[in-house]
Write a protein that binds this ligand. Sequence first.
Ligand SMILES: *[C@@H]1O[C@H](CO)[C@@H](O)[C@H](O)[C@H]1NC(C)=O
Ligand SMILES: *[C@@H]1O[C@H](CO)[C@@H](O)[C@H](O)[C@H]1NC(C)=O
Length: 370
Amino acid sequence: MRRPPALGPCRASWSGRVSAALSPLVIFFLLVLPLGLATSQVRLRQACSICRGIADRFKQGLTDTAKKNFGGGNTAWEEKTLSKYETSEIRLVEIIENLCDSSNFECNNMVEEHEEHIEAWWFKWRKTNSDLFKWLCIEKIEVCCPAGTYGSDCLACIGGSDRPCHGNGHCDGDGTRGGDGSCSCNKEYKGEFCLDCSNGYYNSHKNDTHSVCTACHDSCKTCTGATNTDCQECKEGWTKNEDACVDVDECAVEDSPCSSNQYCLNTDGSFSCKACDISCSECTGEGPGKCKSCIAGYEMEDEKCTDVNECTLSEKVCVRENEDCVNTLGSFKCVCAEGFEDKDGVCSQIIKTDKAVSENTSSPTTHEDL
Ligand SMILES: *[C@@H]1O[C@H](CO)[C@@H](O)[C@H](O)[C@H]1NC(C)=O
Ligand SMILES: *[C@@H]1O[C@H](CO)[C@@H](O)[C@H](O)[C@H]1NC(C)=O
């Protein structure tokens, strides 16, 4: 690729503004140029992946056409035509036709632009350079780099091309003509070289070129080893006790961190607030047996909050005439006795009409429905 990186849109605004005042120039350098560089970076990486795709499809094409024009027999004639086909232009054309999806503009463009290279490889270089990707994408059209290298000159990544980022991260632009070779480390690692450990990890193995970071004990924020005595700093919810980080019992304090109808449940490094049983107004744990006090309509009995049966209290709670008391959980209801119905706040006798009965003699519950 002899042409400079594509800066089409930038050049347009450049030429239009060359003679203008300083400020558009400043805007150009501050905004447009970095943007152009960013998109050209994207293009450099894209170009490599397009070329890689082409090389992969070529390989697939070779497989797909390998058995073509071969009847399955084994005559001398077939063998002769087959070996001719194997290296023929017909086969090449068939493969090239399938290198790109028809909608893939960039791919078709690249194939068209470099068809001569592909042909040269097919007829001349294939025997000695069997890897089309390497020959075409890296060496001829120079859109890719060998693995572990990056940028226009295919420089080795940090940590060397064999183990970019010392095997603990990803090298920016790896295998492409883009990027700057810097490392983004896996989450356990940090630093320019991905040899240092992130917070919460410690070096279980380290020399100049190799580093293995392993997770600290749950209780440590930072550590030098695997157990809770190796913490440098305790994680939140844990505290130093002698040499070890131990769990803080957030529930042991006098003022519970939970609201009044909840109980506090201590957990490793934390705590949670859980709802009391519905019969408790305050509680120390789960269920009706852990109430400290009961809600209205319940009373403590055998260390449990149990429903009060208001209907059996010595003082009557349903006081109207012909009225029954019905106990409910936490309360009670006053209803008219059987054979009576509520009329203007008074329980009056239900008057049966013959008409209703005769119309529905089949129903056994007739008199109750009325
Ligand atoms: C560093 O450690 C790795 C992995 O254990 C080992 O293969 C390598 O030889 C070591 N390098 C040096 C210089 O000790
Ligand atoms: C007759 O009884 C049926 C079933 O018990 C009930 O669905 C229906 O409403 C009753 N009809 C009258 C007129 O009471």
